[in-house]
Write a protein that binds this ligand. Structure first.
Ligand code: GLA
Length: 382
């Protein structure tokens, strides 16, 4: 699948610019557990997948640069000296933001042409944005020999999202997309930015994603609101981040914060704990416990952190009713996108079928089922 994508992007680039481009592949990610913990300096458990963004890039001797989003049939021409956020909140800001952040670091870029195309469904909670940012940043780094390390590139990508897209995201997505390892999930400490790799072989079980195919509006502002609420609570407690706060600490200030913010902070503390316990469960080959932790994670995201939606809740309820599904939860920022499910291999087809029928009946729209392979992180294609 990635091969077809690569050929498509390469051929389009050659047809347009008559040059062999440099090719970059940058993947999306899943996350086993650990949602909304990254910007609280906590633990997450993502893995890069075999869906992502391909970028074809080459220097240009024109006086401006050009970026083309093939799947959106959209393009922009811009002046490297006059970079500013585009008013339309679109893919352009991911590209422009990366360029601006690289320049902020004192690196010198020449003009370039870039063609981009991806196969991550948009709004699926699989980080098509981080994949896009990393593909541009990695491509420019190689093309102009900027000497940025992978560790610097992921922060370039993250800052592009903060400053140009307006989402104050954590580092999980950019990290997973950059450092992914085949057949492996990364238990990442978002404070130290160090991960412990876990080989994932669930034997007679497997992961399955179900996309609600909805993305509710206001998800970006709701995301930023959650982050500010967490920061306010940890400030009241004199802590650097909620990662350092215990449930007992939180109880001490219960009277001083709203009931909603109390629940949100409690969710983060508990989700961080669950993510640590999930690593232990995987170490012990205890998939039942892992599944239970996933259900608890969803419950917290829905009822305490309030980032789920009717469609996601419905899919998780369907999973709970099926004894062959050990666990399920919404994945990513929320308000739509996918659930991640841990399903007995023998029951995958049956579950996919029954959930699809039930979802279509309930919402009068289709859900989509995906199977992904855990894969290597962003890289230049030889
Ligand atoms: C989005 C953000 C991540 C992370 C998740 C929620 O994907 O980009 O940084 O906060 O939401 O876990």
């Amino acid at each position: 699948m990635v091969k077809a994508l690569l050929n498509d992007v390469k051929e389009t680039f050659i047809a347009m610019f008559k040059k062999e481009p440099l090719l970059v592949f940058s993947p999306g990610r899943i996350n086993l557990i650990g949602e909304h913990t990254d910007y609280n300096d906590g633990f997450v458990f993502p893995a890069a997948v075999d869906k992502g963004v391909v970028a074809a890039i080459h220097r240009s001797n024109m006086s401006q640069s050009m970026a083309i989003a093939l799947d959106l049939h959209s393009s922009i021409v811009f002046d490297l000296d006059k970079i500013k956020p585009s008013k339309e909140k679109s893919w352009e800001n991911y590209v422009l933001g990366v360029v601006a952040e690289i320049k902020k670091r004192g690196k010198v870029l020449g003009n370039f042409n870039i063609v981009l195309k991806g196969n991550i469904p948009e709004g699926a909670g699989m980080s098509s944005s981080a994949a896009l940012e990393n593909s541009v940043a990695l491509g420019l780094n190689e093309l102009f020999q900027l000497g940025l390390s992978k560790a610097e590139i992921i922060f370039v990508s993250q800052k592009a999202e903060h400053n140009y897209v307006g989402v104050n995201c954590g580092i999980m997505d950019q990290y997973a997309s950059m450092y992914g390892i085949k057949d492996t999930a990364l238990h990442l400490d978002c404070r130290t930015i160090k991960a412990k790799p876990y080989t994932i072989d669930f034997k007679d079980h497997q992961l399955m994603l179900i996309n609600t195919n909805v993305k509710h509006s206001l998800s970006d502002s709701a995301y930023n609101d959650r982050r500010s609420a967490c920061e306010r609570v940890s400030k009241i407690l004199g802590a650097t981040a909620l990662r350092d706060v215990t449930e007992a600490d939180l109880e001490q200030i219960e009277e001083r914060i709203s009931a909603e913010n109390y629940q949100k902070a409690l969710y983060v503390i508990q989700e961080n704990e669950r993510t640590i316990n999930a690593a232990k469960a995987i170490e012990n080959g205890d998939l039942r416990t892992l599944g239970q932790l996933m259900y608890q994670s969803h419950d917290g995201l829905s009822n305490q952190y309030k980032v789920s939606c009717e469609e996601l809740d419905f899919l998780v309820e369907q999973a709970k009713e099926n004894p062959n599904v050990l666990g399920a939860r919404m994945m990513g920022g929320g308000f739509g996108g996918c659930t991640i499910n841990l399903v007995a291999k023998k029951a995958v087809e049956g579950f996919a079928e029954s959930v699809s029928v039930a979802y279509a009946k309930k919402f009068n729209r289709e859900c989509s089922v995906y199977f992904v392979a855990l894969s290597d992180g962003a890289h230049i294609i030889d």
